[in-house]
Each structure stands twice: as structure tokens, then as C-alpha cells.
Design a binder for this molecule. Structure first.
Ligand code: GCB
Length: 882
């Protein structure tokens, strides 16, 4: 390589608008692909990109999903003679091999970074050119991630495009970056100094006289400054250029509030003819920033607490093959929540993500997917280094990026079960890998900070120096969720500050699961209720805000995401999202918005919870009183239900709460706040089913009752709109159980029923709790014909597993005890010798429905008779037929 030092001049600036990258031709190749998993069967199927082949199998009851090869082929567009042709992949998971006209032209390892190949030599000058691509998402011990709490969806799931250039062009062979790197070595309010560096290539057989020009345009397209260098380029040679000292006076600074962008264009000219041979545009932002161990993050000299979320890239019904517009919306949702930070976790994502961060003013941390564990091999190390280089070079110019990160909880799943691995040797391999990645990152980009995200085992990461090697320590903390109590979170942050006084800190993760179908008036850890998660976030945010040394925090996670191995209430999903899998806001999203935005904000927090049910306040009442919360940044708001004011209530931690009396049917809720004379309001229609307290109630005639045994939460079946209520001990005139205890897989410690998925149903929660040892169930139903449905599932046994990421392993599973029992209704046997485990299997939904007629005052009485072990009941539904 010939390194050329050139004299630059900063020219007189003229008004001029920015042209597109008109010289090189970029063609999107997302259509007309054929796909198959099995080339031998020739079952090619027409598809378009983005494409993901695991959409269905990650959601079914069978464990696992297809991890193997997928083949794609298509005919390439006609190529212009004499041009260079490069094929670009924005991402394919995870190993990709490319053949052009049967000739192998490239291989890439890694599922989340871009890659490109020069395919010119393999193309035919006439006739059609076929591209065949093999993508393979099999486990490969040399490629991170090896394990993780997310699904390794296979497919050609991002854009593919063909770029054709002149034989003299800006370097296309630099880790799929655009070959131009922008630095701002000096930025102040008065002046910004820009440096542009890159390479260009003369792939012709002739010597060429060339010019490289850098032009800086402001956001209106006006030229701010320009520089030019000249080079006589020998045949088949690559040249570096380095344009220094481009100065912008009184620059428009880039910040979360004012994300001013400049465009920097690099043009390569034929010096003789002034023909433009190649051209690349980059956006750039003028800003400076720093992290302090005592006072957090600063941008342009101003303190700025980084508050945001992490984002996974998958979406309901699409896996990882998500169109750009939907991805952009995710970033917009973070911004509109009032955040200024995005942790792009656990891997680099689609280019539109950081482009949108630049545009909206979100600061970003990006990382490679070294998650849970590492392989101690050279090939693994090399792949990590390659990914880190790709990530940095491909995203170098984004002003939004302030952190390059490279490890996440690498001591969570160490491979000690493999007896060939010695703990001490493993620890030192992790340290060595961290050192290599740190050194590489600092060399590649001395202008950003580095970070490793650790789980809450302080000593483990400290003794292995993972708290010393990076510039920022990230802690993923789940006190009050996976372990201990919320208050331990505050203690942990203080411990960091005390014991690692020189280290800036970011809470790189915190969160709790909220299954949007589950609600509770007595929220508790692990119940999966939205209410518990809202309390969790209120606590965490307030505690972080109190501590200036905490530079920032990212909620885990922006949206629910697929993690195929997870079980729990919504199998295969991680429900820590502030948004659902299809991006509907849950209450905590509105809590954050209320806490973070400055413009007046009033929102009925539980807008997702518009189908409700509850028991009437008294035996004769027609209403049911339940809490209702409004998220706001005003000091107080007023709530109206069906036109009646419930009064003004002061906000506590950005929430106002009332007890609202709901009537049967539609309830119109209106929340109103006023700030400086401006009225801000929100409305919601809640469909409420008032459940009579007494089944004989004349005021609310009985129609239907859905009960979950052993449960303290309500559950909405989103398909039927039926709400399942917690059960109760028998109350005369009403209903309830006699005998037995609430099933708890961990003997009363920290679990909520079982967290094992239940096969044969989508309504897992109604089967996951249970009354064990039940003797009798009585419903004082009035005269009539009924459909009585009993739901059972065997929850005990060695198959029941703890939450996959539960760090508390101290609790033991009870051993399986066989159970056989009979059930009779009003003296008539309806189920005999029911042996659920033997007849249906464990953790499987069993539904038994019966018609029951009540002729007088006898009601409905179920008797459970044990033949062996203890009888159980998981849920019960009673519907009045006539
Ligand atoms: C973590 C991991 C993340 C998981 C998350 C969870 O600490 O970094 O990948 O998804 O916890 O929800 O368990």
C-alpha cells in the first residue's frame, strides 16, 4: 500500500446542493429469490428479503428450532461491462457462503455485522449470472454467541445489494465499511475541526491522475468547507488519503435536544477531465463528550444522564426479518418515551437503527454478541476480533455512538460441565480475550469509550479484571427480580462507587417481566404482573436519578422478544419489554414517558388493560371498584368515570391513582390535567364484566365465572376476551374451595406456581397455578343449566424447571408423587381414576367439560376423592346456558 501525504487547501465555499451517490450504482436485491432448506428435494420456494426461516418453529410446543442450512438463489441484474461489482449483505445469520455461477466467491462468519465480496471476476460478460447463497445458523463453537437469552433466527434477514463502481473507486474492501472515516479532533461552540481519512483504489492497468475532494455541507445543503488532494495513482494500487484541518466556525452542535447533522461527501475525480469517478456520503455530528466516575456523562460540556433501553431486533410474526420502517419506529418509540440512550444489544443491528439515532439525537452503545460464555480457542478469539473490527469500521461515522462494548455476562454460563475446562484457565482466557478486544477497540477508535456488561456477581468480574479493563463498567442488575429485593439495587450501585471509585458506571440492564395479560392488585415478584414491573421501574429510576455517579441506564428491554428456550407464562418469550412483541405500550412505558418528557403528559397508564373483570363490591352492588392509574408529569390530574369526577389526585412518582367503580359494560374513563392553562387529557373505554359477589344476586345476574386456583392475579385470554379471576376459599352464597394448599414449585420461596410451559394451550397462566389437595369446590349457583369446565395440569415432577435465568439455584424441586383421584358433581361421579400424569403427561393442559343442571337450592358441589396422592384443580369455568 502506498501511503500518500497530501497538501490540502480549504477552498472558497459556494452554495451547492448535495447530489446522490450518483456515480456508483446501488441496486437492492431483495426480490426474486428462491429458497429451500433442502437442495436435494429441489423444493425451491419464492421469497423476498428480509427473510427468516424460524418464524413458526420458535413458537410451537416442541423444544428447539431449525438450526441448519438454508439456501437462496436468484439471477443477478445485468451488469455493465468494465465496472467493478460488489455484493453487500447487511446481515445474515450466521455463516454465509456465496457462489457466483457455481464458483465460490466468499464466506463470512457472524450473524450481525455487514459483509461484502468483490464478485467481478466470477461474472460472465454475457448471459445470466446466478448467485447461490448458503446461510447456516447451526451452533458453531467458534462463533459468538454460543448461548444467550434470545433466539438465533436463521436467514438472509437484512438487505442484500449490488454495488457497481468504476475501476477507480473509493475502497470497497474495508470490512464492508464505506471506506471513509470521519473524526472531529476538536469541537467547541466556536469551532469544529474535521478530519476525513480513507483509501481509494486504481484497479485499472493504467496510471491515473486523480483528485480526492472532501466537502462538508450543513443541514440545509450549503457547503461549509471543502478540501482537495491530488494523487498520481499507479495501476492496481490502493492509496490512503487524510484530509485534516477542515474547520467549521460556530458549528451547529449535535446533542439529544438538537441533533444537528452535517453531510460530508468524498468525491474521487479524474484530475484531467474532472469526471467524478466515485462518491460517498456520510453524515456527521459535531459534539464532544466524556464520562466521569463521579458525575456521569457530559455532552458538549453539559451533564446528561443517559436514560434509555436496550433493543432486540425481532418482531412478532417476523423473527429477525423486520422491514426497515418498523425498525425505525422502535427508535422513534424510545425517543418519544423521553429517552436519550439506546443500548444496541446484544449485537450490531440494521444500519437504519444508528441512522435514526443520529437523526433523533439518541446516544448509543453498540456491542458484539459475546454473551454468557466464551470458547477458549483461537478461532473464537479471531471471530470476536473480526466482529469488533467490522462493528467499529461500519459504524464509525455515527455521531450517536459513544460506546463500543464487547462482552455481556460472560461468567453467567461458564462451561465447567465440560471437564476438560479448568476454572482458573477459563477465567484467564476470558481476561485475555477482554484485553485483546479492548486493545483492538482503542486502536481502531481512540475517540469512544469501551464497556463490558457484567451480571451482579461483583467479585467474579472484579477478580478477573473485567471491571478494570474497559473504560466503563456496565452492570446488569435484577435485584427484586431474579434475586433479593429491590433495595439491594441501591446498595449495589453504592458498592460500585465505593469499591471502584475511578470507574464510570452504567446500569446496562435492569428489568422485570410483565406479561401484558396478567394484572394484580397485590403485585409480587415473579407474578409476571404489569403492576409489579411498574413498581420495579419506579424504584429503579428514582434510585438512579439520585446518584450523579451513575452515568446512565438502559431498561431491559424496549420490547418483548423471542427466546425460544424460555417457558414461563408466555412460552418462548422474554416479557421484560416496555412494549409488547408487536410494540403496544405497557404501563411502565408510560411511566417513563411521564418521568422523562418535558411537555405536559397525561396518559391512562393501563390503556392496554381495557378488558377487565372483578367481583361486585357487595352482595347487592352493581359496581366493582378497582384501582386505576394515570401516568403524568403534572403535579396533579383529575379522573372521570362515566362522566363523574373522582377528584384531583397528586402525582406520586409520576403516577396518580384512584379507586374507580366500574359498571358492567363500557366505562368511559377520562383523565385531565392542566398546565399553565393548557388542558391535557386522555380517554379510554374499559369493557368491564362485573362478577356478582353472590351467585344469587338479583342486581347482577350470573352469567359466567372464570377462576384460577392458587392464583392471586387476573389473566386475560386475548382470544376470547375472557378474564380469569383469582380463586377464593368457599363463601356461602358465592363459591370457593375447601381443603388444600396453593401449589408452589419452590415450596413457598420466590416462585409463582410453576414456570414450566404448559403444552396444548396458549393460556399457560391458568394452568400454572393450582390448588393441591383440594377436597371440595362449591358454587352456590341458582337454578339453571350450566357448562362446567375443569382444567388440570400436572405441575410437579423433574421436568418442571426454574426460570432459565434465575440466579437463585438454592431451591430444590419437590419430587414427583403419583396422584389418582375421582371427581363427583352433586353426588354423581364425573371423573374416575383420573391420573393426569399417566393419561395425559406432565405440564399438559387437560380440559374436561360437563353439563350440570341445578333444579333447586343445591348449587354445584364438586367432591374430590384421593385414590393415591393429592387431588388437584388448576382452573374452573362455569357458564350459565339457560
Ligand atoms: C440478562 C441478559 C439478557 C437477558 C436478561 C433477562 O442479564 O444480559 O440477555 O435477556 O438478563 O431477561 O434475563
Amino acid at each position: 500500500m502506498v501511503v500518500v501525504h497530501l497538501v490540502c487547501w480549504v477552498g472558497v465555499v459556494n452554495a451547492e446542493t448535495i447530489a446522490d451517490e450518483a456515480v456508483r450504482k446501488k441496486q437492492l436485491l431483495n426480490k426474486e429469490w428462491l429458497f429451500t432448506k433442502d437442495t436435494s428435494k429441489a423444493a425451491w420456494q419464492k421469497i423476498g428479503l428480509p427473510h427468516c426461516w424460524n418464524i413458526a418453529d420458535v413458537m410451537d410446543d416442541a423444544p428447539g428450532y431449525y438450526r441448519g442450512a438454508g439456501w437462496y438463489k436468484r439471477i443477478l441484474p445485468t451488469v455493465e461491462k468494465g465496472k467493478k461489482q460488489f455484493i453487500y449483505f447487511d446481515g445474515a445469520n450466521q455463516e454465509t457462503t456465496v457462489w457466483i455461477n457455481g464458483k465460490k466467491t466468499g464466506y463470512h462468519a457472524g450473524g450481525y455485522t455487514r459483509f461484502s465480496f468483490d464478485i467481478t471476476a466470477a461474472l460472465k460478460e454475457s448471459g445470466s449470472n446466478e448467485i447461490l447463497v448458503k446461510v447456516d445458523n447451526s451452533y458453531n463453537p467458534a462463533i459468538p454467541p454460543l448461548t444467550a437469552d434470545f433466539t438465533f433466527f436463521g436467514g438472509l434477514y437484512r438487505n442484500v445489494y449490488l454495488v457497481s463502481t468504476d475501476a477507480v473507486h473509493i475502497d470497497m474492501n474495508n470490512y464492508a465499511s464505506n471506506g471513509v472515516y470521519i473524526k472531529t479532533p476538536e469541537v467547541s461552540k466556536q469551532k469544529a475541526v474535521v478530519e476525513v481519512q480513507g483509501s481509494f483504489v486504481n484497479e485499472t492497468a493504467e496510471t491515473r491522475k486523480l483528485q480526492v475532494e472532501t466537502t462538508v455541507y450543513d443541514s440545509t445543503g450549503k457547503v461549509v468547507t471543502r478540501t482537495l488532494s491530488k494523487q498520481t495513482a499507479q495501476p492496481h494500487t490502493t492509496f490512503d488519503f487524510h484530509h485534516k484541518g477542515l474547520t467549521i466556525s460556530n458549528p451547529a452542535l449535535w446533542s439529544p435536544e438538537h441533533p444537528a447533522l452535517y453531510t460530508i461527501t468524498t468525491r474521487l475525480y479524474n484530475a484531467r477531465t474532472h469526471e467524478v469517478l466515485d462518491e460517498v456520503h456520510n453524515t456527521a455530528g459535531m459534539r464532544w463528550f466524556s464520562f466521569s466516575a463521579d458525575s456521569g456523562f457530559y455532552i458538549n460540556g453539559t451533564p446528561c444522564k443517559l436514560i434509555g433501553a436496550s433493543r432486540h431486533q425481532d418482531y412478532e410474526g417476523m423473527g429477525n426479518g423486520v422491514p426497515a420502517a418498523i425498525q425505525v419506529k422502535d427508535v422513534e418509540m424510545i425517543k418519544s418515551m423521553g429517552c436519550n440512550f439506546l443500548r444496541v444489544a446484544h449485537y450490531p443491528q440494521d444500519p437504519v437503527i444508528l441512522e435514526t439515532c443520529d437523526r433523533l439525537g439518541l446516544l448509543a452503545s453498540v456491542e458484539i454478541p459475546v454473551v454468557n460464555t466464551i470458547s477458549t480457542t483461537d478461532s473464537f478469539t479471531n471471530n470476536c476480533l473480526q466482529m469488533q473490527t467490522e462493528m467499529i469500521r461500519q459504524n464509525f461515522n455515527h455521531p450517536s455512538v459513544v460506546i463500543w462494548a464487547y462482552m455481556n455476562e460472560v461468567f453467567l454460563r461458564p462451561p465447567f460441565k465440560d471437564s476438560t475446562i479448568n476454572k482458573r484457565a477459563y477465567d484467564s482466557s476470558v481476561t485475555a480475550l477482554a484485553r485483546k478486544l479492548e486493545a483492538l477497540t482503542r486502536k481502531e477508535d481512540p475517540t469512544r469509550y469501551t464497556m463490558i456488561a457484567n451480571h451482579g456477581d461483583f467479585r467474579r468480574y472484579d477478580t478477573t479484571q473485567l471491571t478494570t479493563i474497559p473504560m466503563i463498567v456496565g452492570w446488569n442488575l435484577y435485584n427484586g427480580w431474579y434475586n433479593s429485593v429491590m433495595e439491594d439495587f441501591s446498595a449495589f450501585m453504592d458498592k460500585h462507587h465505593r469499591e471502584l471509585p475511578g470507574k464510570p458506571v452504567i446500569i446496562s440492564e435492569y428489568g422485570a417481566d410483565a406479561d401484558p395479560r396478567i394484572r394484580s392488585f397485590k403485585p409480587e415478584r415473579f407474578d409476571k404482573s404489569v403492576e409489579y414491573t411498574t413498581l420495579f421501574h419506579q424504584y429503579y429510576l428514582c434510585e438512579m436519578v439520585k446518584r450523579p455517579f451513575v452515568a446512565g441506564a438502559a431498561v431491559w428491554n424496549l420490547a418483548d422478544f423471542n427466546s425460544e428456550t424460555r417457558e414461563e407464562t408466555m412460552p418462548h418469550m422474554n416479557n421484560k419489554g416496555l412494549l409488547t412483541y408487536n410494540r403496544i405500550a405497557k404501563d411502565p412505558y408510560y411511566y417513563y414517558k411521564a418521568a422523562l418528557v418535558n411537555t405536559p403528559f397525561v396518559k391512562i397508564a393501563s390503556s392496554y388493560w381495557w378488558q377487565r373483570s372483578g367481583i361486585a363490591d357487595t352482595d347487592t352492588a352493581t359496581v366493582c371498584t378497582q384501582p386505576l392509574e394515570v401516568a403524568t408529569n403534572l403535579t396533579e390530574t383529575e379522573l372521570f368515570i362515566n362522566g363523574k369526577s373522582l377528584g384531583k389526585v397528586a402525582a406520586v412518582k409520576n403516577m396518580c391513582s384512584w379507586k374507580a367503580a366500574f359498571v358492567n359494560g363500557d366505562n368511559i374513563i377520562r383523565a385531565v390535567g392542566v398546565k399553565e392553562g393548557v388542558v391535557c387529557e386522555d380517554t379510554l373505554v374499559v369493557q368491564f364484566r362485573v362478577q356478582p359477589r353472590s351467585l344469587q344476586s338479583p342486581s347482577v345476574p350470573f352469567t359466567q365465572l372464570n377462576l384460577q386456583m392458587g392464583s392471586r392475579r387476573t389473566y386475560l385470554d386475548e382470544q376470547t376476551g375472557e378474564v380469569w379471576l383469582p380463586d377464593q376459599p368457599y363463601k356461602p352464597g358465592a363459591w370457593g374451595y375447601t381443603g388444600g394448599t396453593i401449589f408452589n414449585v419452590k415450596n413457598g420461596r420466590q416462585a409463582y406456581g410453576t414456570d414450566k410451559a404448559i403444552s396444548g394451550t396458549d393460556n399457560d397462566p391458568i394452568y400454572q397455578t393450582q390448588q393441591t389437595g383440594i377436597e371440595k369446590y362449591r358454587l352456590d349457583a341458582p337454578k339453571g343449566n350450566y357448562l362446567l369446565t375443569l382444567h388440570f395440569a400436572e405441575l410437579q415432577g423433574e421436568n418442571a424447571v426454574a426460570l432459565p435465568y434465575n440466579l437463585d439455584t438454592s431451591v430444590q424441586q419437590p419430587t414427583f408423587q403419583n396422584r389418582i383421584f375421582d371427581v363427583a358433581v352433586n353426588g354423581k361421579p364425573i371423573l374416575e381414576n383420573l391420573d393426569i400424569a399417566a393419561q395425559y403427561g406432565r405440564a399438559t393442559a387437560v380440559v374436561q367439560a360437563f353439563r350440570v343442571t341445578v333444579t333447586g337450592n343445591e348449587g354445584i358441589e364438586l367432591l374430590f376423592k384421593a385414590k393415591s396422592g393429592q387431588p388437584i384443580l388448576n382452573a374452573l369455568q362455569l357458564k350459565k346456558l339457560n
